[in-house]
Design a protein around this ligand. Structure first.
Ligand SMILES: [Zn+2]
Length: 263
Protein backbone atom coordinates (compact mmCIF):
# COMPACT_ATOMS: atom_id res chain seq x y z
CA UNK A 1 0.00 0.00 0.00
CA UNK A 2 2.77 2.36 1.00
CA UNK A 3 4.56 1.54 -2.23
CA UNK A 4 1.45 2.35 -4.25
CA UNK A 5 1.13 5.71 -2.56
CA UNK A 6 4.76 6.50 -3.34
CA UNK A 7 4.24 5.59 -6.99
CA UNK A 8 1.08 7.69 -7.19
CA UNK A 9 2.97 10.59 -5.68
CA UNK A 10 5.77 10.14 -8.23
CA UNK A 11 3.27 10.28 -11.12
CA UNK A 12 1.61 13.35 -9.57
CA UNK A 13 4.92 15.18 -9.27
CA UNK A 14 6.01 14.17 -12.78
CA UNK A 15 2.73 15.35 -14.26
CA UNK A 16 3.18 18.65 -12.39
CA UNK A 17 6.65 19.17 -13.78
CA UNK A 18 5.50 18.32 -17.33
CA UNK A 19 2.49 20.65 -17.16
CA UNK A 20 4.48 23.53 -15.71
CA UNK A 21 7.35 23.30 -18.20
CA UNK A 22 7.19 25.56 -21.24
CA UNK A 23 9.06 23.39 -23.70
CA UNK A 24 9.23 19.66 -23.02
CA UNK A 25 11.51 17.65 -25.29
CA UNK A 26 11.49 13.84 -25.29
CA UNK A 27 14.61 11.77 -25.91
CA UNK A 28 14.16 8.09 -26.69
CA UNK A 29 16.47 5.13 -27.18
CA UNK A 30 16.43 1.38 -27.81
CA UNK A 31 14.47 0.54 -24.63
CA UNK A 32 11.17 1.66 -26.09
CA UNK A 33 11.80 -0.22 -29.37
CA UNK A 34 12.67 -3.47 -27.62
CA UNK A 35 9.18 -3.44 -26.12
CA UNK A 36 7.88 -3.56 -29.71
CA UNK A 37 10.03 -6.59 -30.53
CA UNK A 38 12.58 -4.69 -32.62
CA UNK A 39 15.63 -6.84 -33.07
CA UNK A 40 18.69 -5.33 -31.36
CA UNK A 41 21.97 -4.79 -33.21
CA UNK A 42 24.19 -6.14 -30.45
CA UNK A 43 23.83 -8.78 -27.76
CA UNK A 44 22.10 -12.17 -27.96
CA UNK A 45 20.01 -12.47 -31.13
CA UNK A 46 21.44 -9.19 -32.42
CA UNK A 47 21.73 -8.61 -36.13
CA UNK A 48 25.40 -7.69 -35.90
CA UNK A 49 26.07 -10.57 -33.51
CA UNK A 50 24.87 -12.83 -36.31
CA UNK A 51 26.32 -11.10 -39.36
CA UNK A 52 29.28 -9.24 -37.94
CA UNK A 53 29.60 -5.55 -37.05
CA UNK A 54 29.44 -3.17 -39.98
CA UNK A 55 32.76 -1.51 -40.82
CA UNK A 56 33.61 1.56 -38.71
CA UNK A 57 34.31 3.45 -41.94
CA UNK A 58 31.07 2.33 -43.63
CA UNK A 59 30.21 5.83 -44.80
CA UNK A 60 33.67 6.49 -46.26
CA UNK A 61 33.45 3.20 -48.14
CA UNK A 62 30.01 4.12 -49.41
CA UNK A 63 31.22 7.52 -50.61
CA UNK A 64 34.29 6.02 -52.28
CA UNK A 65 32.10 3.87 -54.53
CA UNK A 66 28.33 4.32 -54.12
CA UNK A 67 27.59 2.02 -57.06
CA UNK A 68 29.56 -0.87 -55.54
CA UNK A 69 28.07 -0.13 -52.07
CA UNK A 70 24.54 -0.39 -53.47
CA UNK A 71 25.39 -3.58 -55.38
CA UNK A 72 26.61 -5.08 -52.07
CA UNK A 73 23.39 -4.01 -50.33
CA UNK A 74 21.26 -5.63 -53.01
CA UNK A 75 23.42 -8.76 -52.96
CA UNK A 76 23.22 -9.06 -49.14
CA UNK A 77 19.48 -8.76 -49.38
CA UNK A 78 19.43 -11.70 -51.80
CA UNK A 79 21.75 -13.70 -49.54
CA UNK A 80 20.05 -13.08 -46.20
CA UNK A 81 16.57 -12.29 -47.38
CA UNK A 82 14.70 -9.27 -46.20
CA UNK A 83 14.23 -10.42 -42.61
CA UNK A 84 15.78 -7.39 -40.95
CA UNK A 85 13.82 -4.75 -42.81
CA UNK A 86 10.80 -7.00 -42.44
CA UNK A 87 11.20 -6.97 -38.66
CA UNK A 88 10.99 -3.17 -38.94
CA UNK A 89 7.99 -3.26 -41.25
CA UNK A 90 6.11 -5.72 -39.08
CA UNK A 91 6.86 -4.08 -35.73
CA UNK A 92 3.99 -2.07 -34.28
CA UNK A 93 4.17 0.89 -31.91
CA UNK A 94 3.56 -0.07 -28.27
CA UNK A 95 1.53 1.84 -25.65
CA UNK A 96 4.67 3.86 -24.79
CA UNK A 97 4.92 5.22 -28.36
CA UNK A 98 1.22 6.09 -28.37
CA UNK A 99 1.49 7.80 -24.98
CA UNK A 100 4.29 10.06 -26.26
CA UNK A 101 2.24 10.92 -29.36
CA UNK A 102 -0.69 11.76 -27.06
CA UNK A 103 1.49 14.02 -24.91
CA UNK A 104 2.37 15.92 -28.08
CA UNK A 105 -1.26 16.19 -29.10
CA UNK A 106 -2.10 17.51 -25.62
CA UNK A 107 0.44 20.27 -26.19
CA UNK A 108 2.79 19.03 -23.47
CA UNK A 109 5.58 17.58 -25.63
CA UNK A 110 6.99 20.00 -28.20
CA UNK A 111 9.56 17.78 -29.89
CA UNK A 112 10.80 14.21 -29.83
CA UNK A 113 14.42 13.35 -30.50
CA UNK A 114 15.12 9.66 -31.00
CA UNK A 115 18.12 7.42 -31.56
CA UNK A 116 15.82 4.73 -32.94
CA UNK A 117 15.62 4.08 -36.67
CA UNK A 118 12.43 2.01 -36.72
CA UNK A 119 9.83 4.65 -37.64
CA UNK A 120 7.61 3.61 -34.70
CA UNK A 121 7.24 7.13 -33.26
CA UNK A 122 5.86 8.41 -36.56
CA UNK A 123 3.71 5.29 -36.90
CA UNK A 124 2.22 6.07 -33.47
CA UNK A 125 1.34 9.59 -34.57
CA UNK A 126 4.20 11.74 -33.23
CA UNK A 127 4.60 14.68 -35.62
CA UNK A 128 7.67 16.62 -34.47
CA UNK A 129 10.30 13.90 -34.65
CA UNK A 130 14.06 14.26 -35.13
CA UNK A 131 15.76 10.95 -35.92
CA UNK A 132 19.43 11.35 -35.02
CA UNK A 133 20.40 8.04 -36.60
CA UNK A 134 17.94 8.29 -39.46
CA UNK A 135 14.92 6.18 -40.32
CA UNK A 136 15.32 2.75 -41.91
CA UNK A 137 12.01 3.12 -43.73
CA UNK A 138 13.44 6.02 -45.73
CA UNK A 139 16.12 6.80 -48.26
CA UNK A 140 17.95 10.14 -48.13
CA UNK A 141 19.60 12.28 -50.79
CA UNK A 142 23.16 13.19 -49.84
CA UNK A 143 22.86 16.34 -51.95
CA UNK A 144 19.73 18.02 -50.59
CA UNK A 145 18.67 15.85 -47.58
CA UNK A 146 15.29 15.04 -49.21
CA UNK A 147 13.78 11.85 -47.74
CA UNK A 148 11.88 9.30 -49.80
CA UNK A 149 9.93 6.15 -48.85
CA UNK A 150 11.97 3.16 -50.03
CA UNK A 151 9.42 2.03 -52.61
CA UNK A 152 9.42 5.46 -54.27
CA UNK A 153 12.98 5.10 -55.54
CA UNK A 154 13.84 2.62 -58.26
CA UNK A 155 16.99 0.51 -57.94
CA UNK A 156 17.17 -0.15 -61.68
CA UNK A 157 20.31 1.92 -62.00
CA UNK A 158 22.77 2.06 -59.12
CA UNK A 159 23.36 4.19 -57.23
CA UNK A 160 19.83 5.58 -57.27
CA UNK A 161 19.66 9.34 -57.87
CA UNK A 162 17.52 12.08 -56.30
CA UNK A 163 14.56 13.08 -58.49
CA UNK A 164 14.97 16.67 -57.24
CA UNK A 165 18.72 17.34 -57.49
CA UNK A 166 20.25 14.19 -59.02
CA UNK A 167 22.34 13.68 -55.86
CA UNK A 168 23.38 10.20 -54.74
CA UNK A 169 20.79 8.44 -52.60
CA UNK A 170 21.56 6.21 -49.62
CA UNK A 171 19.57 4.75 -46.77
CA UNK A 172 18.48 7.43 -44.29
CA UNK A 173 20.00 5.22 -41.56
CA UNK A 174 23.21 6.91 -40.42
CA UNK A 175 26.26 4.72 -41.07
CA UNK A 176 29.41 4.48 -38.97
CA UNK A 177 31.60 7.41 -39.97
CA UNK A 178 28.66 9.39 -41.32
CA UNK A 179 27.85 12.79 -39.85
CA UNK A 180 24.39 13.32 -38.36
CA UNK A 181 22.31 14.88 -41.19
CA UNK A 182 22.70 18.64 -40.86
CA UNK A 183 18.95 19.37 -40.83
CA UNK A 184 18.45 16.95 -37.91
CA UNK A 185 21.38 18.43 -36.01
CA UNK A 186 19.95 21.94 -36.49
CA UNK A 187 16.62 20.83 -35.03
CA UNK A 188 18.35 19.18 -32.06
CA UNK A 189 20.30 22.34 -31.27
CA UNK A 190 17.24 24.57 -31.64
CA UNK A 191 15.11 22.32 -29.44
CA UNK A 192 17.77 21.96 -26.74
CA UNK A 193 18.07 25.75 -26.62
CA UNK A 194 14.31 26.11 -26.08
CA UNK A 195 13.93 23.13 -23.76
CA UNK A 196 13.29 23.51 -20.04
CA UNK A 197 12.35 19.88 -19.39
CA UNK A 198 13.70 16.65 -20.86
CA UNK A 199 11.75 13.42 -20.67
CA UNK A 200 14.26 10.68 -21.33
CA UNK A 201 12.83 7.26 -22.19
CA UNK A 202 14.55 3.90 -22.60
CA UNK A 203 18.05 5.14 -23.09
CA UNK A 204 21.08 4.66 -20.86
CA UNK A 205 24.11 6.53 -22.04
CA UNK A 206 23.46 8.78 -24.97
CA UNK A 207 25.86 8.83 -27.83
CA UNK A 208 26.95 12.14 -29.26
CA UNK A 209 25.24 14.49 -29.97
CA UNK A 210 22.35 13.54 -27.70
CA UNK A 211 24.71 12.89 -24.79
CA UNK A 212 25.11 16.62 -24.29
CA UNK A 213 21.42 17.59 -24.30
CA UNK A 214 20.52 16.63 -20.72
CA UNK A 215 23.60 18.40 -19.32
CA UNK A 216 22.84 21.54 -21.32
CA UNK A 217 19.22 21.64 -20.14
CA UNK A 218 20.24 20.89 -16.55
CA UNK A 219 22.79 23.72 -16.58
CA UNK A 220 20.04 26.15 -17.59
CA UNK A 221 18.02 25.04 -14.56
CA UNK A 222 15.70 22.76 -16.53
CA UNK A 223 14.18 19.53 -15.26
CA UNK A 224 15.30 16.03 -16.14
CA UNK A 225 12.86 13.11 -15.99
CA UNK A 226 13.92 9.56 -16.72
CA UNK A 227 11.79 6.52 -17.57
CA UNK A 228 13.88 3.36 -17.65
CA UNK A 229 13.85 -0.22 -16.42
CA UNK A 230 17.31 0.26 -14.98
CA UNK A 231 19.50 2.86 -13.38
CA UNK A 232 21.55 4.70 -15.98
CA UNK A 233 24.61 6.94 -15.93
CA UNK A 234 22.10 9.80 -16.19
CA UNK A 235 20.14 8.77 -13.09
CA UNK A 236 22.18 10.80 -10.56
CA UNK A 237 21.46 13.92 -12.61
CA UNK A 238 17.70 13.30 -12.81
CA UNK A 239 15.05 15.17 -10.85
CA UNK A 240 12.68 12.23 -11.24
CA UNK A 241 13.39 8.61 -12.18
CA UNK A 242 10.46 6.32 -12.95
CA UNK A 243 11.50 2.65 -13.03
CA UNK A 244 9.62 0.31 -15.33
CA UNK A 245 8.60 -0.50 -18.89
CA UNK A 246 7.86 2.64 -20.86
CA UNK A 247 4.77 0.85 -22.23
CA UNK A 248 3.37 0.79 -18.71
CA UNK A 249 4.76 3.97 -17.16
CA UNK A 250 3.97 6.41 -19.98
CA UNK A 251 0.25 5.58 -20.47
CA UNK A 252 -0.19 5.93 -16.69
CA UNK A 253 1.60 9.27 -16.80
CA UNK A 254 -0.75 10.46 -19.56
CA UNK A 255 -3.70 9.78 -17.24
CA UNK A 256 -2.22 12.02 -14.54
CA UNK A 257 -1.40 14.75 -17.05
CA UNK A 258 -4.94 14.68 -18.46
CA UNK A 259 -6.43 14.88 -14.96
CA UNK A 260 -4.27 17.92 -14.27
CA UNK A 261 -5.20 19.63 -17.55
CA UNK A 262 -8.91 19.22 -16.74
CA UNK A 263 -8.56 21.11 -13.47
ZN1 LIG B 1 18.46 15.71 -53.70
Amino acid sequence: MAEETTLEKAFEVTADVLCEAKHVVVLTGAGISVESGIRPFRGPGGLWTERGEPPMDGFQRFMADPKKAWEDIVQRRTQYGDDFTRSFREAKPNPGHYALAELEELGIVKYLITQNVDNLHRAAGSKNVAEIHGNMALLRCLGCNARYPRDQITLETLPPRCPKCNGVIKSDGVMFGEPIPSDVLDICQRETARCDCILSVGTSAFVYPAAGFPQTVKRKGGALIEVNLYETPMTPMCDISLRGQSGEILPELVKYVKAKLKR
